[in-house]
Design a protein around this ligand. Sequence first.
Ligand SMILES: [Cu+2]
Length: 465
Amino acid sequence: MSPQPVVHVRRNVWTLPEDDLTLAHYAAAVTEMKGRDADDPTSWAYQAAIHGTAATPPKPLWNSCKHGSWYFLSWHRMYLWYFERIVRAAVVDLGGPADWALPFWDYDADPSQARIPPAFREEEGGANPLFAERAHRLNLGEPLPFEITSPAYAMGRTQFVGEAEFGGGITPDGDAFWNRDGAVESSPHNDVHSYIGRWMGRTDTAALDPVFWLHHANIDRLWFAWASRPGHDNPTDPRWITQEHRFFDADGSERRLAASAIVDIAGQLGYRYESSVPVLPPPLSPVPEVSMSGPNESGPTPPKRREMAGASEETVQLIGHAASVTVPIDQRTTRSLGTALGVSVPDVDRRVYLNVEDIEGEENPDTVYGIYVNLPDGAPRELAELHRVGNLSFFGIERAQDPRGDEHPHGLRVTVEITPLVRRLVAENAWDDRALRVTFLPLGPVDAETKDPPVEIGRVSLGYT
Ligand SMILES: [Cu+2]
């Protein structure tokens, strides 16, 4: 790739100057792209179908998004970059500036920015090209809750590779949902998709929503911010670095990129982000890489196996209301868990993980749940927050259940590290050696009358290294 002469600046959509035309140019380009022939790879519909579509027969590069995979971040960075070039070319053709760049939506910057930007939600008689079907109250300007927008857990991870680490677990290439989600893919990425709902809540329609691209610019910005931090390294594994992905460029020609060509966004891709790094929580001490992918592991530390400490005996049905399940703790592991996690005998290498497994449902209910451990009854939101270990949402549940290509149908799975909470409970003498109580609470306003399409959790389990 030839060096880029200009560095394009991706700006915060909420703090654009009053007279700025970035979104007006975007809207004009979207209209233009929507008018292109459906076979044109630079058309709006074709670009969205590269992410996912239910249309058949599939055209070249359709349904090629990577999820639940360590390719999630690299694939979406490339996807966005080519899309931005296509939009910029349309902007220029329409008489706009040659330095047009995609803005990003930093929903976590402050509560006022947690709302969908006005230009995307005002319908203007149905003619606004930036409008899309979303949860009604969000199109009316209701903010996303902080539990959904916060990247704190993800940004606090010190490793890129691994399930529940920043960037995701090792997976083969291929168009599939691999259930090896990185922390930033789970939250805020998946959660924001589901909470916005409708088109954004489904992989087959998500990229049809013009706000999709600003959401992903923010996810890309979080990756850039994470990797800029000392001690945070992108994978060095050749399987990640050399894996190529295919896209269409602004002239409609097919192109290939490998991760080695996209890790330096200013130097290799010619863009940067306007505002810098969000506030970062203190990191946990580094954890040796944990891998589910088998013995041919590369890297400095040999992977540690996660042992099972207990699993729920009954399934949980989620229909939009609070639900709880008990996870009995195997008595043989109790002593080592309790002792090692207690403040008296600190053992920095011991880690505890909560797995929510075999999640099945016909469709994404668009509800996002907080996952709470040992939540006291009737706890107010601030106290409850001290017991929240992560979120549960269901972006991609339709695809996992009814996959394209040769992937087998499977449920979704979410893993979060809960070591800090377990340590605190042990220190406060609030740790129960025999069982863990896990509660799922819908985030955001809940309508007691609503009944979601059901989602079933097959098992909740506790693992440790
Ligand atoms: Cu996405």
